[in-house]
Design a protein around this ligand. Sequence first.
Ligand code: NAP
Length: 295
Amino acid sequence: MSASQDVRIGGAATVAGVCGQPIRHSMSPVIHNAWIAAAGLNAAYVPFAPGEDNFETFVEGLRGGAIRGLNVTIPFKEQALACADRCSDLAKLAGAANLLIFEADGTIVADNTDGPGLIGAIAAQAPGFDLTTSPVVILGAGGAARGAAAALALAGAPRVSIVNRTFVRAEAIATSIAKAKGGVVEAASEDELDALLAQAGLVINATSLGLGGGAGPAARLELTPKNAVVVDMVYKPLRTEFLRRAEAAGRRTVDGLEMLLRQAVPSFEAFFGVTPPAGVDVRALALAQLGDAAT
Ligand code: NAP
């Protein structure tokens, strides 16, 4: 950032940030500050890493407009929803929030932009894919899986099957979403996975397997129909082992970086009241940040 861009952070600056533990490797500050600079806003976006037991105290201290808003990441998304006074239908259905807005009257409003980010990434990297006719398999049942399952159910996916190492976590998501949506979301056991893959139009890795370069989930992607789309939420490395196996089997793939960039857009709009300026290649900036992991 140049010196002339630095002076935009004046006394009237709007401040937003991202909160997680750890937060050191978050890409969100790079993305949001690039948009802030390009839009010429008097604003800043900063990282926060409260201790794992201090999230609620941290958020309570921000009530009343100390900052405009927060993105929330691992491991605080479910706590973030619990801290809010109001929330969107999607955050409620997901049972998790990745966006908190602090209103001047002291209220906190929660939303979930992970699911819309996922759907936007699929539209961008697998154009023509029809969610409404495609059974979905989600691997994982953490905060990211919650947002994905809720958004896919709301978008009209005919069936969403959640498969997780810890079955009760998948069951908890399925039960809460199915109640609201009429049974299209289910928990399935690992023994059922092959049969589910054989019918899946969309397979999503929402576990943290593959993060940092290890093996992804062992799901047999070659069993899926040839026109199936495979998504990995993990974006470090960009081309995960899971996506490489999908590509080797001839399936279309969607990477986690595209999802990350797309979930940032509605957050930026909520924080700063403007759409991210066109012409900023945030994907290139993020890839530069990934360094060797970008390949
Ligand atoms: P989380 O709440 O910690 O959930 C982690 C999930 O991974 C759980 O389902 C967990 O299973 C599973 N898991 C972890 N280690 C495993 C192992 N050895 N074998 C089988 N399953 C294992 O994390 P999250 O917030 O949902 O995030 C999940 C991943 O998505 C992370 O890599 C995160 O970076 C990524 N993500 C990306 C985006 C994006 O925009 N691209 C957005 C959100 C998250 P158990 O329940 O059995 O522990």
